[in-house]
Each structure stands twice: as C-alpha cells, then as structure tokens.
Design a protein around this ligand. Structure first.
Ligand code: ATP
Length: 588
C-alpha cells in the first residue's frame, strides 16, 4: 500500500513553489551568486564580438593587434573561469538543497508513528528519500535559475519591443497568449505523468524491499520468477509514465518554438502592411523582427524551466505527502535509568484498543496490575492480544479508552523519550541489525563502557559465543543477524535491552522452539534479571511460566485469570489445557 492510499494527515498542502522555496531559502544567496555568475558569463560572451570587431578594424588600419589579442584571450579565459565557477556554485547549491530535503525527510520518517509505519511500505518511503529528493536538484538549478534569468531577459526584450512599436508588440503578445493557453493544457499533464512515474518508482522500491527482505523464503518457495515480474511491472510503469512526461515536455518545447515562428510570420505580415501604409519605416520592422528572434531563447528557457519544474513539483508533493504522515514529536534522547534504579510498577485499567477504526477491538477492557520487581508471564491463545499489551506500554499506539500507569502515573502523560528510556523491549523476532555485535549491543546505550558490555554478555550467557567469533565483539553479524542462530539473536536482543538498565523489561518470547541449551540459558538470564527489575514476558513455553511469580491468562482481548502456575492449573480450564500442550500459544 502506498502512502497515497493511507491516512496522510488531512492538512491542506501548500503549493509546490512554496515548498520549493522553503528548501531553497537557506541557500538563496548561493543561488543568487550562481545566477549572477551565469549572467556575467553571458555578458563576457557578448563582449567577444565587439573585441573581434575592434581587432578586425585594427588589422584594416594597420594598427598593432597585440592588445586586442590579449583582450580576447583574457575574455575567453575569464568566460571559461566564471562559467565554471558559476556552474559549480549552482550545482553545489542544488546538492545542498537535496541534502536538506534528505535530512528533513529522513529525520521525520524516523519519528513516524508505528501506526503510520504499519500502513506504509518501507521501500516506497526509501524511494522518496533517495529518488524523489534527487529530482529537486534539477529544479533548483535549471528551473529556478532558468526562470529568473530567462524571465529577466524576456521582460527586458518585451520592453525594448514596446519602445520600437506597440502595435507589433500587441500582435506578438497575442500569438504568445494563444501558445500560453496551449501550454496551460500541456504542463499539468507533465506533472501528472511525473507523479505517476515517481509513484511507480516507489512501488518498485516496495516490491524490491519485499523480496530482498525475505530472499530465503522467496527462493525456498520458488517464487523468484513471480516476484521478478512484480518488480519489472513497476519498473515498466515508471518507464511508461516517464515516456509520457517526455512526450508532453517535447510538445511544450515545440509549442514554444512554433509560437515564435508564427509570431515572426504574423509580425512580418502585419509589419509589412504597416510599412506599406507608412505607419512605420522598414528599419523599425527589421529591428522588431530581430527582437522577435531575441525573444526565442528566453522563452525556450522559461518553458524549459516550467516543464522541469513540473517534475520537481511532483517529487515535492511525494516528499510532502510522507512528511504529513503522523509522527511523534521530536525530542532529544532521555537519560537512561541510573544503575540500581528501582523497578517500575505497571497497571492496565479497563483498556480498550483497536489498531484502526475499521478493525475489530483487540483489547475489550484489559485490567491487571504488576507490582515492582519479579516476573509476570502473559499467556493465551495466539491473537489474544498479548504482544499488543507491550505495544501499548511503549506507546507505539494509544488506547481508545482506559488507562495504563507506570509507577502510578498515566503513561499518556509521560514524555515519550523518558518513558521509553525506562523500558527495555525485546521483540518476538528479536531483530538484530547489520553491523558488528558491539554495534548491536550499543544501539540502546552508545555510552556504555566495556565493563557494562561484558557484564550483560555474561548475564545473557553470550560469553561463549563472543570467544568463538573470529573478531569477538567486532564480528559482523550480517543483514538482520543472519550469521547468528535464533537463540543467539534472542540473547543479543536481551543483552541490548539490559544494557539500558531498564526499570521494566518487556520480553516477547519467540514462538520457535529453542534447543535445550539455549532454552536453559535464556531461562536463567530472565530469572537473574527478574531479581532486580520488573520483567513482563509474553510466554510461549511452559518452562518460562513455571518460574513466573504470576501469570496473566488472556483470551480474545480480555484477562480471564491471574495466578501462579499451580493455582491456574487448578482454577482455569483454558490455562490447564494450554499448559498440557507444553506450548502456551499454539492454537487460536
Ligand atoms: N499492527 C497491527 N495492525 C492491525 N492488526 C494487528 C496488528 N498487530 C496485531 N494485530 C492483530 O491484533 C490481534 C492481537 O495480536 P497480538 O500480536 O497482540 O496477539 P498475541 O496474543 O501476542 O499473539 P501471538 O501469541 O500469536 O504472538 C491479532 O488478531 C492481530 O492480527
């Protein structure tokens, strides 16, 4: 699903030119300097014929030509140097605009609400940061500078034409007006086609991300060919739309060219008649016709700038669309709890929640309380809403009604970064990021010293692994930690969470079975941690619940019982049945 199909916030979008100016404003002086250097280059170019005329004149009169030659050489060198400097300044400015847009967009996307991220494709968002921002480069230089310099020349030429003959100017402007109306129809089509081409690039990014993110599954399912077709279809759609945009751009350029030639013919006809009636002399007509020729270049420049601008406007709209997705407020990271900070107490009070208005409720009034310290296990059939409990504690989503309190304070009133800095969260599939083992551990606390790292490595029984790895902690773990076993990945994720000294540890146990050694290591780790902090575990294994201080049994979005293993086996038939299977969330 692309962003366009989701819940981009219903704010009115400012016009593209205003968005563009927002990105360009910090670089306006550099852009001005680049434009000015371009004008100087043009002016030095205009001087050359004059010097050449002087040189020929000197030759004709047998005068020395050294100075004229030196002057011409100096002008040629100055023209090349100023031209190179001008294009460098413009190019650099354009790259700075791209950089600004990339920084703004990537910062924004990292703050995206999980509810918004759920409904977008990472590949499409990536295309917006990489491909759409690139399109701003040409808009900044070609379009803005082209519009400014072309526009200036255009106005100057029109003024000169008015001074020569107002009637012929009226005739010229009438032809240009007709062409402008045609362009008014063509130009929005360039915008639409460019937008669709960029949307298709986004769709291609999404398809690619889908395949490359699950390459093993794709290969194992023999689905390479089908997936390849999806990616190719998106690439071809982008091609089709880009070709459409090219067609309309070409039409726009040629309309402008045609208009100028028609203007020339019309001026020749009307001017000829005026010469015949004696209203103007031949010299005026010739001068005016020369101006019509002069007009050609700035008009082409302005039309080129406008068509180029349409591509940029389409890209800007896509960038802006992403930046209207709901995001969390920007905040500096909060300090982590100090060593030995007291464990947190947690309570849910009649919490009702659903992931979206058109989806059924996941929590129908969940209520439970967890005292500070010790281990609480959540069990229940698959889909009962256990993981959702963790997501709500982390405030990845907000409940529709009811309250969630941490240390007696509603989490809705906590500053987000402070709330999250108190919590350690280990997701069910225990994501490990590419990079080294050390990078992964320090993700939550880059300031952690070696002693703290070694400490969590020992607590999570990872010391054996670190010794075995060729470069120890600096060994690269591969994309998503593919070089580690499932159990190792889980313990790395726990170590990472523990390094933050959480006052509340949320551990979503993996549903996959671990071998006996890994399972024992994990159990011992959790038991150790529960002695000094509050641990909540979504439990899928009997071995985990038997050591829990209390067990919360959930079913279909409600808490149906709370107690110890022994109490629940006797009192709750669902729990007794789940416990009998040894695997506590096997069936829904
Ligand atoms: N991001 C989401 N958007 C929409 N629905 C979701 C989302 N995450 C979970 N759900 C739905 O909410 C319900 C509860 O999911 P949850 O992950 O909390 O269950 P669970 O009890 O942890 O299950 P399991 O034991 O299988 O992990 C499920 O029906 C699931 O399909």
């Amino acid at each position: 699903m692309t962003i366009a199909e989701t819940e981009a916030q219903p704010q009115s979008t400012p016009p593209a030119w205003r968005l563009l100016l927002g990105y360009v404003r910090p670089h306006r002086w550099a852009l001005f300097a680049g434009g000015l250097l371009g004008l100087v280059t043009g002016a030095t170019g205009l001087l050359l014929p004059l010097v050449a005329r002087a040189l020929i004149d000197d030759l004709g009169h047998d005068r020395p030509i050294t100075w004229a030659l030196l002057g011409m050489s100096a002008l040629v060198v100055a023209n090349a140097a100023v031209g190179a400097l001008g294009s460098y300044v413009l190019r650099r400015t354009a790259e700075s605009v791209v950089l600004g847009a990339r920084r703004a967009l990537s910062s924004y996307l990292l703050r995206l609400r999980i509810s918004a991220a759920d409904r977008t494709e990472p590949g499409d968002l990536m295309a917006r940061i990489t491909s759409d921002t690139t399109l701003l480069r040409e808009v900044t230089t070609d379009s803005l500078v082209g519009l400014a310099t072309g526009g200036l020349t255009l106005v100057a030429t029109v003024v000169m034409m008015g001074l020569v003959d107002v009637v012929l100017l009226g005739v010229t402007l009438a032809v240009i007006l007709v062409a402008g109306t045609v362009l008014g129809v063509i130009v929005p089509r360039i915008n639409r086609a460019s937008r669709q081409a960029q949307d298709a690039v986004g769709a291609m990014g999404a398809s690619l991300e889908r395949v490359l993110g699950a390459l093993r599954t794709v290969k194992a399912s023999g689905a390479e060919h089908r997936e390849e077709e999806r990616v190719h279809a998106a690439a071809e759609e982008s091609w089709r739309q880009s070709v459409r945009a090219a067609k309309w751009s070409a039409a726009a350029g040629n309309t402008a060219g045609l208009a100028m030639q028609l203007a020339f013919i019309t001026v020749l006809a009307v001017g000829g008649a005026r010469v015949a009636t004696g209203a103007i002399d031949v010299g005026t007509l010739v001068a005016f016709l020369l101006y019509v020729f002069y007009l050609m270049s700035p008009i082409q420049q302005v039309v080129g700038a406008l068509t180029q601008y349409q591509t940029g406007a389409a890209a800007l709209a896509r960038i802006q669309e992403a930046m209207r997705l709901p995001a969390e407020p920007a905040a500096l990271p909060a300090p982590l709890p100090s060593p030995g900070a007291r464990p947190a107490a947690l309570a849910f009070e009649n919490v009702r929640f659903r992931y979206a208005d058109d989806l059924p409720y996941v929590h129908h009034g969940v209520t439970f309380a967890v005292p500070a310290q010790g281990m609480t296990a959540f069990v229940g059939p698959s889909g009962a809403g256990k993981t959702t409990v963790f997501s709500l504690i982390e405030r990845f989503y907000e409940p529709e009604s009811g309250t969630i309190t941490l240390d007696g304070r509603d989490v809705a009133g906590w500053e987000l970064s402070r709330l999250r800095s108190s919590i350690g969260y280990v997701e069910q599939d225990a994501p490990v990021l590419s990079g080294s083992l050390r990078d992964n551990l320090l993700l939550g606390d880059p300031e952690a010293d070696d002693a703290a790292v070694l400490d969590v490595i020992k607590t999570t029984r990872l010391d054996g692994l670190v010794e075995r790895l060729p470069q120890g902690l600096d060994t690269l773990v591969g994309h998503r930690g593919t070089k580690l076993s499932g159990g190792e990945r889980q313990r790395v994720a726990i170590a990472r969470a523990l390094l933050r000294r959480p006052r509340l540890l949320l551990l979503d146990e993996a549903t996959s079975q671990l071998d006996a050694v890994n399972e024992a290591a994990l159990r011992d780790t959790v038991a150790d941690v529960a002695r000094s902090t509050t641990v909540l575990v979504v439990a899928h294994r009997l071995s985990t619940v038997t050591m829990a201080d209390r067990i919360v049994v959930m079913d279909a979005g409600r808490v149906r019982a709370v107690g110890t293993h022994r109490e629940l086996v006797a009192a709750d038939p669902l729990y007794a049945e789940l416990a009998a299977t040894q695997f506590l969330a096997a069936s829904g």
